[in-house]
Ligand binder design. Structure first.
Ligand code: ATP
Ligand code: MG
Length: 353
């Protein structure tokens, strides 16, 4: 399909802070793969966003490694580079420009109301809130609106940020005329996947993730050690299914619904052991991941391909961002250039006699 067709647009992405995991898959990636032919799709690897909590050079040094892993994750799950654009945030100069303009469209009080920012500061062990972290969702609004995206497939934790981007687009349009679409969040099948620890959401930085790139044995070991009903001591004790992460995963990843139903019934009746429940889950997860592993291996063996996909994506996004900034400049009237002083603008003449 031609990249310049008039399909509605989609943007979403990830910070290069680690490899992608099952939570990313059910929260956002599955929707991306499904919608990429229907929407003109842009996938951002948001390296500038990592600076909000980790600006130190030793962390910046790790970014290229994670960019590589995330590009491979994207291609592995089936993002199709023939129709979709994959790019790196910091390669787009207009991001910095639009960010400054967008900072004027939101109040500090509004930003401080977002619980996500406090959580991020806490998780990163920051004792003060950096100005840039407060601006995290502002930068995210820039990412979404630079390609003028209509929909944003994200997990539940990001819904409030997309809502803010919507408000900012609305405010911009009110001030300067109809320029941006008002984007909408699209939440995945499982809005928040719990981690294998059963306590917090699965997250790259919490050590509770099953990665899309984990091999069979690693998946097996992780599922064996998964948190389950702590009150159940023997296979003959009736167990709780509700809120039990092992069954949440069965619901999310096991396509054999009859098997899941039957396991739940036996579990509640104290007629099945954890070993069987977990080994059936392992089989289901490995079945999902197997084709991802194959595609990943293919791209690993052809590094030039992934490299070209990324540089082509950057070029394509640079073009879009340039167009958007031209529209923004003309809408706001902030469009001076030296050439204009020579040819068009007579700024001081008006004073003259
Ligand atoms: P970090 O620990 O660095 O914050 P993360 O694992 O939380 O990493 P993000 O890069 O913050 O991942 O999130 C990328 C996208 O994946 C977002 O749309 C987010 O909502 C979604 N997502 C992340 N974790 C989950 C999860 N456990 N369940 C559902 N969606 C998720
Ligand atoms: Mg996160």
């Amino acid at each position: 399909m031609a990249p310049n067709s008039l399909r509605p647009r989609l943007l979403t992405g990830d910070r290069p802070t680690g490899r992608l995991h099952l939570g990313h898959y059910v929260g956002s990636l599955a929707n991306r793969v499904k919608l990429q032919h229907q929407y003109e799709s842009f996938f951002i690897i948001a390296d500038l966003h990592t600076l909000t909590t980790r600006p130190e050079p030793r962390h910046i040094k790790d970014i290229p490694l994670y960019v590589r892993e995330i590009v491979l994750d994207y291609l592995a799950v089936g993002i199709d580079p023939q129709v979709s654009t994959i790019f790196i945030q910091s390669a787009i100069q207009e991001t910095y420009q639009l960010n400054l303009l967008f900072e004027m469209l939101v109040s500090v009080t509004r930003l401080k109301r977002l619980p996500t920012l406090k959580d991020m500061a806490r998780d990163a062990h920051l004792n003060a809130m950096p100005f840039g972290l407060l601006g995290y969702p502002v930068l995210q609004a820039v990412d979404i609106l630079l390609p003028r995206a209509n929909v944003v497939p994200v997990g539940k934790d990001n819904q409030a940020h997309v809502e803010l981007a919507r408000e900012m687009a609305h405010r911009f349009n009110n001030l300067y005329g109809e320029t941006f679409p008002e984007p909408q969040a699209l939440i995945g099948n499982v809005p928040t996947l719990v981690g294998i620890d059963g306590h917090q959401k699965m997250s790259k930085s919490l050590g509770n993730a099953i990665y899309l790139s984990d091999d069979k044995e690693t998946v097996e070991t992780k599922i064996k050690g998964m948190y389950t009903d702590p009150k159940r001591l023997r296979a003959t004790d009736p167990g709780t299914v509700e809120g039990n992460p092992v069954f949440e995963y069965h619901d999310a990843f096991n396509p054999n619904l009859a098997e899941v139903d039957e396991l739940k019934n036996r579990y509640q009746a104290g007629k099945v052991g954890d070993v069987e429940v977990k080994s059936k889950l392992t089989r289901a997860v490995n079945q999902l991941l197997e084709p991802f592993r194959e595609r990943r291996a293919y791209y690993r063996a052809h590094p030039r391909l992934a490299q070209d996909i990324l540089s082509e994506g950057i070029r394509r996004m640079q073009k879009e961002a340039h167009e958007t900034m031209e529209i923004v400049k003309s809408a706001t009237g902030l469009s001076y250039s030296t050439e204009m002083f020579v040819d068009e603008i007579d700024l001081f003449g008006e004073y003259g006699g």
